[in-house]
Write a protein that binds this ligand. Structure first.
Ligand code: PLP
Length: 365
């Protein structure tokens, strides 16, 4: 019995052809034409003006903080309900996170965000928001707060490539944003990320820092600290093939979500992550909240049938790593964590497989 994974890679079929072209040209490394093509394709799809392809989204967030001048002891606001890669760069910079809880949208609460800004010991310099599981945050409110307060907005769009708000793609609302091409995301290059911005200078600076901050001399001159964060041409070739099918992948994930919703809605106390008005999520993962039951029962029952499922992200303010850090929380994300489940949502899942998952869950209730 083949295992049903949460979100496995789903190749388009063109990847190997493009990788062959890389080999034929011998531009295996360091860079090459596919890196540029990959950046162009992400810019074309999302409407982002400038982009740099990187080894991961985590690296992209680190570069964003560096470029925006976030340094030791600066405060950075962030969604608490997220994955660690969203916020580890705050510690790389020896800055201080202030975690903000979610509201009924499951994403960051604009109300709690305002309180966090008021209560911060010093004015925070930046805010990192996560568009959780592919559904966008309350962007109008958040953008307005950041403008009014003079706080940089960084979108962690690692999970939300292809999602939009009022017809505009996630990742194009903030000062900078990252997409991830890690193995479990809606598209994958096996591992990779992209940093985007409307500010050309920032992306040029990020590109410079991502390639060891080499000054423009033949003899390797260095004035500042850089990183080895650039994407390889081989992986970019995979990315180009993946970008060609992004629209299909979003539609299929949304279809799988609708299937689950229709099939499971009759269960007492079940609810699904909402999609805010005038937005279209990519439904990267279908996630449910079980008001009356322990999700472990569902996770175990699915595991017995060789099906992968998981709890929702454990909020950052509950992590031992961050136990000393400030947090403005009201229990929302903790409750979601304790009662939530991510269901298998890969775009290559068949209808029969989705039905099988639904039947196992319905049998429990
Ligand atoms: C996957 C993910 C990241 C990290 O992406 P990488 O490319 O693996 O570094 C960051 N934030 C969120 C919300 C993610 O889901």
């Amino acid at each position: 019995m083949d295992r049903i994974f949460l979100s496995p890679p789903h190749m388009s079929g063109k990847e190997q052809q493009y990788i062959s072209e890389v080999f034929e040209s011998n531009y295996i490394a360091p860079l090459g034409a596919f890196v540029n093509t990959f950046e162009e394709s992400v810019k074309n799809y999302t409407g982002a003006e400038h982009a740099v392809a990187l080894s991961s989204a985590t690296a992209g967030l680190h570069l964003a903080l560096r470029v925006l001048g976030i340094d030791k002891d600066d405060y950075v606001l962030a969604s608490t309900f997220t994955f660690i890669g969203s916020v580890s760069a705050i510690l790389y910079q020896h800055a201080k996170p202030i975690f903000v809880d979610s509201d009924e949208s499951w994403n960051i609460s604009p109300e709690l965000l305002k309180i966090a800004i008021k209560e911060a010991p010093l004015k925070p310099k930046a805010l990192i928001i996560t568009h959780l599981y592919g559904q966008v945050c309350k962007l109008d409110e958040i953008v307005a707060i950041c403008k009014e307060e003079g706080i940089y907005l960084i979108e962690d769009a690692a999970e939300s490539l292809g999602a939009s708000y009022k017809g505009k793609q996630s990742g194009t609302f903030g000062d900078m944003a990252v997409y991830s091409f890690n193995g479990n995301k809606i598209l994958t290059t096996s591992g990779g990320g992209m940093l985007v911005s409307g500010n050309k200078k920032w992306i040029e600076k990020a590109k410079f820092l991502s390639t060891q901050a080499k000054e423009d001399f033949l003899h390797y001159e260095h004035k500042e600290l850089g990183y080895n964060y650039r994407m390889s041409n081989v992986l970019a070739a995979i990315g180009v093939a993946q970008m060609e099918v992004l629209g299909d992948r979003v539609e299929r994930r949304r279809e799988i979500f609708e299937f689950y919703k229709k099939s499971l809605s009759q269960i007492e106390g079940i609810s699904f992550m909402p999609e805010i008005e005038m937005s279209k999520g990519n439904r990267w993962l279908t996630t449910v909240y079980l008001k009356n039951s322990n999700p472990q029962i569902v996770i175990d029952a699915l595991e017995k049938e060789n099906i992968e499922s998981r709890p929702l992200w454990k909020p950052m303010h509950m992590q031992p790593l961050f136990k000393e850090e400030l947090a403005i929380v009201d229990g929302t994300s903790q409750k979601l964590f304790e009662r939530g489940i991510c269901l298998p949502s890969g775009s290559n899942m068949s209808d029969a497989e989705v039905k099988k998952v639904c039947n196992i869950i319905k049998d429990i209730f």
